[in-house]
Structure formats: C-alpha cells, structure tokens
Ligand binder design. Structure first.
Ligand code: APR
Length: 229
C-alpha cells in the first residue's frame, strides 16, 4: 500500500535547542548583524571578507551541533510515512539525524559555489571559506546560500511537494520570509496542518491548522508519537 505523505517545513526554531541561533527572536542573529551587511548580493560585492566571516562563524557552530529530539523524532515518522523535509535552514541537522528526503530552500552551509556559475557547487574544505579560493573557472567561491533579493531556485519544486502532502507540519519558523513562507498556500485546504512553535501565532490564512506552542524538542516528539499510533 502507498504510504501517506508527510511534508515537514522547518525553520531556525527546530535547531535552537541544538545551540544554533534563530534570526528574529530576541538575541537572534538579526539583532547582532544587519541583513544588508552580510546576507545580500550587494554585501558580497561591497565587503566579501565580512560576508565570508559571517558564514564561517555559522559553519563553525553548525559543525559542532548535534540533532535534538525534534530532528530525531521526524526520522521515526519514516517507519510508516513517506516523509519529505523542506527546510529553510542551512545547517545539516536533518542530515545528521538521518532523514532521507531533505530539500534545502535557502542553501547549505557546508557547500560553496562559483560566483559566476551557479551550477558549480563544491563542499567547503575545512570550516572556513577564504578569499582566494577559486572555482574551476577561476572566480571566487561564495557561500552556497540564497541571499535576500536572490531567486530561490528550489521554490517551485518545494511548492509541488507541498501540494501533494497528506499531512503538513510546520516547525520553528516565523513565516516572515517570502517566497518560502508562501509554501503553506500550496497545501490543499482539507489537509491537516500542525504548527509547533512557542510563538506560533494564529494564522487565519492557513485552513485546518492545529497550533502547539511548545519548543520543538518537546512538541515534535509528542506529535510524532500521535501520528505513529
Ligand atoms: N522550538 C520551536 N520553535 C522555536 C524555538 C524552539 N525551541 N525557539 C524559537 N522558535 C521559533 C520562534 O518562535 C520563531 O517563530 O522559531 C522561529 C524562528 O523564526 P526566524 O528567526 O524568523 O527564523 P526562520 O523563520 O527560519 O527565518 C526564515 O529568514 O533570515 C532568513 O534565510 C533566513 O531561513 C531564514 C529565513
């Protein structure tokens, strides 16, 4: 029998209990840094060293981070469901936990790419990406990240996946950043949806939504237990 499909949409909140900062919470990254200084194509042109350093910091933290009970619980769902993770996160905690199908909407911290040819993608050697590290076409390597103002290449594929969900789970995202946040609009109305986020605010535009205002490390294992019953 064909397995039911669960699509899980994650944001920075799922990795918070693994020690990685979120962006918009109090104490989040966008309080410490200005988006326009480190996460835009203009910042890269203006001061690539500063941009590289920002992502080198992210990478050093991600390397040491371990998946928490939320990442691990999602893997358990695979015993009876076809599970597709769609993450806005650039960390590799879903991979470390062992989830099989993971789509990264905003790029991956452990990869870099050519600054003149988007198709040339490489693993980052060590934890730091430095000026002078070049692609095979001799251009500077940049972080493999989707910056503000850039096209989100995986968005259309993600929207198609969302439209085929039988169950849709949203974890730890402020749903502030588009087009990613628009993913929920592609999920059919009748599909049951769950939001796990301590600050989960009522989303009137999302039909059939069940909100659990708990931390991911508690709320996700609870939900998974129920879905496996
Ligand atoms: N468990 C679950 N959710 C949590 C937890 C936790 N332990 N801690 C915080 N959160 C929630 C917050 O309540 C908030 O709603 O995580 C959310 C984090 O929101 P943002 O910081 O806005 O992160 P995210 O939604 O992933 O940001 C989207 O913005 O800056 C860009 O590209 C970056 O992918 C990122 C995008």
């Amino acid at each position: 029998m064909k397995k039911k499909k669960i699509v899980v949409f994650t944001g920075a909140g799922i990795s918070a209990e693994s020690g990685l900062k979120t962006f918009r919470d109090s104490g989040g990254l966008w309080e410490e840094y200005k988006v326009e200084d480190v996460a835009t194509p203009e910042a890269w042109l203006d001061n690539p060293v500063r941009v590289l350093e920002f992502y080198n910091m992210r990478r050093r933290q991600a390397v040491g981070a371990k998946p928490n009970p939320a990442h691990l619980a999602l893997v358990q769902l695979e015993t009876i469901y076809d599970v597709q993770i769609i993450t806005q996160n650039i960390d590799d905690l879903h991979e470390k936990a062992g989830s099989k199908k993971i789509l990264h909407l905003h790029g991956e911290i452990n990869k870099c790419r050519s600054s003149i040819d988007d198709s040339l993608i490489y693993p980052v050697k060590g934890t730091d990406l430095k000026m002078g590290q070049l692609c095979e076409k001799n251009s500077q390597l940049r972080p493999h990240i989707v910056w503000f103002g850039e096209f989100v290449p995986m968005m259309e594929h993600a929207n198609i996946l969302a439209s085929s969900a039988d169950i849709f789970i949203i974890i730890g995202t402020s749903l502030n950043v588009y087009p990613a946040a628009g993913l929920v609009n592609f999920v059919p109305e009748k599909v049951p949806k769950y939001l796990i986020d301590p600050q989960g605010v009522s989303k009137d535009y999302i039909p059939n939504l069940n909100i659990n205002r708990k931390k991911a490390g508690v709320g996700v294992p609870e939900l998974v237990k129920n879905l496996l019953k």
